[in-house]
Design a protein around this ligand. Structure first.
Ligand code: CDP
Length: 223
């Protein structure tokens, strides 16, 4: 099976829309791999912060991304042999990730790495530009969204559960800024891919959202 024949579901959407959890659950249900592309941007941000590469040094960041010493194993993520699964979830890292993600050379440096994830039996890839740029020939493209208030509440709960401190008002402001930056950047702006199924999860729980995605996939392959 050539890479382009490997079935693929892309799930794009704004920050804290639940993409990651939904993508992971859909992948598990189908027995496929899961690519968390946001983790790659977060890893680059963390590597830059730790290695004192400035967040506006486009060439330096692209070089760093092209040789990213990352390993994904058993649900854990290692950077240079160190477990950074939790460290990359820090809001400061998320913000830095959103800033460097606007740099075209960095995005280009991560393209090959992302496309390499497409292997049998299938892949679920979540992010901002999975359906628009990285995998435009995906079998099913989903755009997952929710109101900014419900996303802020979800992110708040997630951070508290992970032991981080958080403030709901700050988070709301932060998400609005990130939405604005992700949607208005010149390269790979956040927007539904052509032909994407749009799912608004404001009033759906995770199980219902996963069921919608699986239903849309079954519908797509039956045609
Ligand atoms: O958790 P959250 O949705 O905020 O972030 P994420 O999915 O872990 O991604 C971190 C940042 O990387 C986002 O704020 C985006 O700016 C950027 N990103 C991107 O530009 N393209 C992707 N395919 C994935 C993430």
């Amino acid at each position: 099976m050539s890479a382009s024949q490997v079935p693929l579901i892309t799930i794009d959407g704004p920050t804290a829309s639940g993409k990651g959890t939904v993508a992971q659950r859909v992948a598990r249900a189908l027995g496929w791999a899961w690519l968390d592309s946001g983790a790659l941007y977060r890893l680059c941000a963390l590597a830059a912060l730790r290695g004192s590469v400035a967040l506006d040094d486009e060439a330096g960041l692209a070089a760093l991304a092209a040789a990213l010493p990352v390993r994904f194993a058993d649900g854990r993520i290692e950077l240079d042999g160190q477990d950074v699964t939790d460290a990359i979830r820090d809001e400061a890292v998320g913000n830095a990730a959103s800033r460097i993600a606007a740099l075209p050379a960095l995005r280009a440096a991560l393209l090959g790495l992302q496309r390499n994830w497409r292997r049998p039996p299938g892949l679920v890839a979540d992010g901002r530009d999975m359906g628009t740029v990285v995998f435009p020939d995906a079998t099913l493209k989903v755009f997952l969204t929710a109101s900014v208030e419900s996303r802020a509440e979800r992110r708040y709960k997630q951070l508290i559960e992970k032991g981080f401190s958080a403030n709901l008002t700050d988070l709301l402001e932060d998400l609005e800024q990130r939405d604005e930056r992700d949607s208005n950047r010149a390269v790979a702006p956040l927007r539904p891919a052509e032909g994407a199924v749009v799912i608004d999860s404001t009033h759906l729980d995770i199980d219902q959202t996963v069921a919608r995605v699986l239903g849309a996939y079954r519908h797509r392959v039956r045609r």
